[in-house]
Unconditional design. Structure first.
Length: 248
């Protein structure tokens, strides 16, 4: 059986390691070289199974995420080992009431919520301006299956360059994206790089805090990282038992 090759991109090392523990709990903390980055590898032949995953902590924000994802995708293509699927993953803010703290959110689409221009009439998305796109769709069949297996909210995940920290900004986002499940800072960058390589993309977020006024005392980062580990344990079973790539 040809293994499924998976690239998981997080912002920080703690998220990467939580996902890695979910995919392969007994794996040693080893990595391999990628110029400028360290890839954490699971399923490299030391353990049985049809899944091979590289996990990359690419940095905070859409630009860093796009650069890291593009580097990993290009290196894999040059090795003639292209990835079948890219996943943007980590913790993030949840929109109440659909995604409370501790919940998982699987994106049906990844949306750049603040990419565009301000105007007297309000925010103008970059696609409205005719300069690009603000949305990447996730493979509907796969995303639905993952969300169902996780018991997750299946909804748009917004990418922002500035994390929401006020009630006023939360209301603006909720008005513009009333079905949004979560907010994070990397997904759209990951999706842009994946699209350039023709690789499908998912986004999985576990909720550490509510989108709204910044209150660090209310954050539940440890709980969200534990939920992320559990989500990737379930994800592994979905990918190994479900439809093989190409994913739809």
């Amino acid at each position: 059986m040809t293994p499924v090759r998976l690239l998981v991109v997080t912002a920080v090392t703690a998220e990467r390691e939580a996902a890695a523990r979910g995919l392969e709990p007994a794996a040693p903390p080893a990595g391999h070289a990628l110029p400028g980055y360290v890839l954490r590898r699971t399923g490299d032949g030391t353990a049985p199974g049809p899944l091979r995953a590289d996990l990359l902590a690419g940095g905070v924000g859409p630009a860093a995420a796009a650069a890291a994802t593009g580097a990993a995708l290009t290196a894999a293509a040059l090795r003639d080992e292209p990835y079948h699927l890219v996943i943007a993953a980590g913790i993030g803010g949840g929109f109440a009431p659909q995604a409370p703290v501790g919940a998982a959110v699987v994106a049906d689409r990844i949306v750049a919520a603040d990419l565009g221009a301000d105007s007297p009439g309000g925010f103008l998305p970059v696609d409205t301006l005719g300069f690009g796109r603000t949305t990447h769709a996730c493979p509907p069949r796969l995303a639905t299956a993952v969300a169902r297996a996780l018991g997750a909210t299946h909804a748009p995940v917004l990418t922002v360059s500035t994390a929401t920290g006020t009630a006023a900004r939360a209301r603006v986002l909720a008005h513009a994206h009333p079905d949004a499940g979560a907010e994070a800072m990397e997904g759209f960058g990951v999706a842009e790089a994946a699209a350039a390589h023709g690789t499908p993309v998912l986004e999985i977020r576990t909720v550490s805090n509510a989108v709204g006024p910044r209150d660090r005392s209310a954050w539940r980062i440890g709980e969200a990282l534990t939920a992320l580990q559990e989500a990737f344990s379930v994800l592994r079973a979905v990918l190994e038992k479900g439809d093989p790539p190409p994913y739809t």
